[in-house]
Design a binder for this molecule. Structure first.
Ligand SMILES: Nc1ncnc2c1ncn2[C@@H]1O[C@H](COP(=O)(O)OP(=O)(O)OP(=O)(O)O)[C@@H](O)[C@H]1O
Ligand SMILES: [Mg+2]
Length: 262
């Protein structure tokens, strides 16, 4: 099996599909027999909700872990999705940036916590909040790579240079091995020309960094979280599920090519 890889799903733009990609890509990879840990690093707690973790189950959350109140074993909980565990987030996590700000190890906390995980996971996904604050910097410092969802809309590329500057800053001072895993186009609407235009522009600009798989705008994808389910378990045959399965296949292929898995 593969060595563990840590992937931060990040884009400081809000609502571009970070959480949806984290939840559904994790589920699709777990369906192939791989083990996945999702770290919900967003105080909104949407990844926790999307993975079916009730708000009442979130007292032991990432905030408690980062603050040192609980151990990593206490923080990791299993979900109803076979092969997927989660470190959930509650709204308490919003206090973490302020608390970490004065600490000398403020950028490395998550990295050292992850290094204490005993269970062997094939993938650890970190769902980042829509900001470039300390939570995102912690995620990028802990990660091997960054996966960037880009929404197929007019301003898709706007803000990307700021994200790349942050990646460069992290590489320069905190985590030299950080790579760009890839860019995934989300919420593609085949009925409108804008999606096609944006997709073409992004591919011209970013080339091979962009995955072939495009995630379509699909109402089933947006309905699934209200049932606490990944779309793959909500409606396995819808276009959104098929796209996330294809994206998982592309990731696996990419890793085989890079010699990361056998
Ligand atoms: N492929 C899709 N088809 C339809 N709706 C989608 C799709 N992907 C995401 N959505 C919806 O768009 C909204 C934003 O998605 P999501 O929460 O994944 O974005 P995000 O980048 O994590 O947001 P935030 O920045 O707030 O964390 C959600 O309501 C989600 O259900
Ligand atoms: Mg989110």
């Amino acid at each position: 099996m593969s060595a563990r890889q840590i992937i931060a799903v990040s884009n400081q733009k809000g609502g571009v599909g970070k959480t949806t990609t984290t939840v559904n890509l994790s589920t699709a990879l777990a369906a192939t027999g791989r083990s996945v840990l999702v770290i919900d690093a967003d105080p909104q707690g949407n990844a926790s909700t999307g993975l079916g973790v009730d708000r009442t189950q979130r007292e032991d959350d990432l905030y408690q872990l980062v603050s040192g109140t609980i151990t990593i074993e206490q923080a990791i909980i299993s979900t109803d999705i076979k092969g997927v565990d989660v470190i959930p987030a509650s709204t308490d996590l919003s206090a973490v940036e302020l608390e970490l700000a004065s600490k000398t190890d403020r950028n490395n906390r998550l990295k050292s916590l992850i290094s204490n995980i005993n269970k062997e996971y094939d993938y650890i996904f970190i769902d980042c909040p829509p900001s470039l604050g300390l939570l995102t910097v912690n995620a990028l410092t802990a990660a091997d790579s960054i996966l960037i969802p880009l929404q197929c809309e007019y301003y898709a590329l706007e803000g990307l240079s700021q994200l790349m500057d942050t990646v460069e800053m992290v590489r320069a001072g905190l985590n030299a091995r950080l790579t760009i895993k890839g860019v995934v186009l989300t919420m593609y609407d085949g009925r409108n020309n804008l999606s096609a235009m944006v997709s073409k522009d992004v591919r011209e600009y970013l080339g091979k960094l962009v995955y072939q798989t495009v995630i379509p705008r699909n109402v089933r994808v947006s309905e699934a979280p209200s049932y606490g389910l990944p779309v793959l378990l909500y409606d396995m045959n819808c276009a959104g599920s098929e796209a996330y399965i294809a994206l998982a296949g592309e990731l696996i292929k990419q890793e085989k090519k890079n010699g990361k898995i056998s």
